[in-house]
Design a binder for this molecule. Structure first.
Ligand code: MN
Length: 250
């Protein structure tokens, strides 16, 4: 199983979560919300061979932490994965939206300068802004839109631009989420949880809860869980093959 968007460093007991995820054979992309968490999170996951860490600056934090974009850009040569990055156009973060656009553009330009990266991207209430930025930086790498919740028209545009998608239990339990995922090319879909932020039954989602998403995908794809897992695993292999690792440890 694959959790391609997890905030591992933000669980109260991340080492315990990693140990259990490892026991269950879960592949994890541990996204970060600030580039200052990059080194610590890499140390945390070092014992676990199926876990990778993405270098990020969350759009919801850009209002307060936009200066950290320089830290992020300086570390991009070392990072195969960049995220969580993106734009948030919801009311709460509208005041920082112009700043978010500047930060995203800088990050994507730096990714392009380094030959492209695998990107985990937030696009809530800002799908067209994210797609405009990706269109302006076509060499930034492979964008994986996490928990995409835009219109069908924006989804078609994202597909046209070559985006991939990660979908989790919280997205797949809604009718809208199911309809969107059904329209995504299944060879560009991965599972995620967005834990511990995303919750189910009032508990934070854990990486191994991607089994819920696998079951939903199997239904949407009119197949069984074994075939669904094989598809997701093949997708991950294909994705990582598209962007070479910049260093030995990634
Ligand atoms: Mn997230």
């Amino acid at each position: 199983m694959i959790d391609f968007h997890s905030h591992i460093d933000l669980y109260p007991q991340p080492a315990d979560v990693l140990a259990e995820a490892s026991r269950q054979g879960c592949y994890i992309l541990a996204v970060t919300t600030t580039p200052l968490a990059w080194d610590g999170t890499r140390s945390l996951v070092a014992p676990f061979s199926r876990v990778r860490v993405a270098l990020g600056l969350h759009p919801e934090l850009v209002g307060e932490r936009h200066k950290e974009v320089d830290v992020l850009v300086n570390r991009i040569p070392e990072a195969r994965y960049v995220g969580e990055i993106g734009l948030d156009g919801s009311r709460r973060h509208r005041a920082s939206f112009a700043m978010q656009e500047t930060v995203l553009s800088k990050v994507l330009a730096a990714c392009a300068d380094n030959g492209g990266r695998i990107l985990s991207i937030h696009s809530r209430a800002a799908e067209d802004g994210v797609l405009d930025a990706l269109q302006a930086h076509p060499d930034a790498g492979v964008p994986v839109l996490h928990w995409f919740s835009g219109s069908r028209r924006a989804l078609d545009r994202a597909i046209e631009l070559g985006c991939w998608f990660s979908a989790g239990p919280a997205m797949l339990k809604t009718k809208k989420g199911q309809t969107l995922v059904q329209a995504m090319p299944r060879e560009r879909v991965l599972t995620e949880t967005d834990g511990p932020f995303a919750r189910s039954a009032d508990q934070p989602l854990m990486p191994w809860n991607v089994t819920d998403a696998e079951a939903r995908l199997a239904t949407l794809w009119e197949t069984n869980v074994v075939a669904t897992r094989a598809q997701l695993r093949a997708n991950l292999t294909k994705l990582t093959g598209l962007i070479p690792a910049p260093s030995d440890d990634q």
